[in-house]
Design a protein around this ligand. Structure first.
Ligand code: ADP
Ligand code: MG
Length: 214
């Protein structure tokens, strides 16, 4: 089975739902090591995305069409660090998904492009307590799964599990990028909000893939 624009729409809508459900949690995480706006930023951004999807005159024809809409909307509606970071991730991912359907390798390419976008924009290395610490293990797990011949759903499920673990593992890290770095040693002992929202995005991709493609 492969994943097409219908899946991308479902993924985006489920992501919006996840940001609504986890809004308070993301705010609380960002309150600990930032300025407490991450949950609001993500909620506002994805609410705007859903409004744009609802207003579409024509259904999108590729996964990339959907991801590009997400990118431009997040860039224009989300303030703070997360807007441009996610915006660039989705924009890069859109560029490699302007195709009819994604197989396992296509999903890997999409995730790799997303991570590349975050790194290009934010210049963070793994271990600096940012969303890169969710995306890096997610991409590694996706690559390994695809190498073993996994389906797109299996690739995304492996990526989601690794992203969730990566997000949890940010707790023990010292923040050296972004607002949390202002706290120095006091950033240790708290989970990174952007890594947490990243794991939600990737989990939503896996859940909707299981629904539409099995
Ligand atoms: P702000 O920090 O401007 O308030 P948000 O609260 O929405 O923006 O987003 C904070 C998240 O952004 C952090 O938890 C971290 O994951 C991510 N982040 C910040 N700076 C960087 C960076 N340079 N590279 C990657 N991710 C970053
Ligand atoms: Mg913040």
């Amino acid at each position: 089975m492969t994943l097409g624009p219908e899946w991308a729409l479902d993924w985006t809508r489920l992501t919006a739902q996840a940001m609504t459900e986890h809004r308070a949690e993301l705010i609380e995480l960002d309150r600990q090591i930032g300025d407490g706006d991450h949950g609001e930023n993500m909620f506002r951004g994805f609410s705007a995305v859903v409004a744009k999807l609802d207003a579409l005159a024509e259904p999108p024809t590729t996964v990339g069409d959907v991801l590009k809409l997400v990118a431009t909307t997040l860039m224009s509606t989300v303030g703070g660090a997360a807007g441009p970071l996610y915006g660039t991730a989705y924009l890069r991912a859109a560029k490699v998904t302007m195709v009819d359907d994604l197989d396992g390798a296509g999903v890997v390419a999409m995730l790799e492009a997303g991570l590349e976008g975050i790194v290009v924009r934010g210049k963070a290395n793994p271990g600096e307590k940012t969303m890169v610490d969710a995306w890096t293990p997610a991409v590694a797990a996706a690559v390994a799964a695809a190498r073993d011949g996994a389906t797109p759903t299996e690739v995304l499920t492996a990526a989601a599990g690794a992203a969730e673990q990566g997000a949890k593992d940010t707790k023990d890290l010292l923040a050296t990028k972004g607002r949390a770095s202002y706290l120095g040693e006091r950033s240790i002992g708290h989970i990174d909000p952007g890594a947490t929202s990243s794991a939600l995005v990737i989990r939503a991709a896996a859940e909707t893939a299981a629904r539409v493609a099995g």
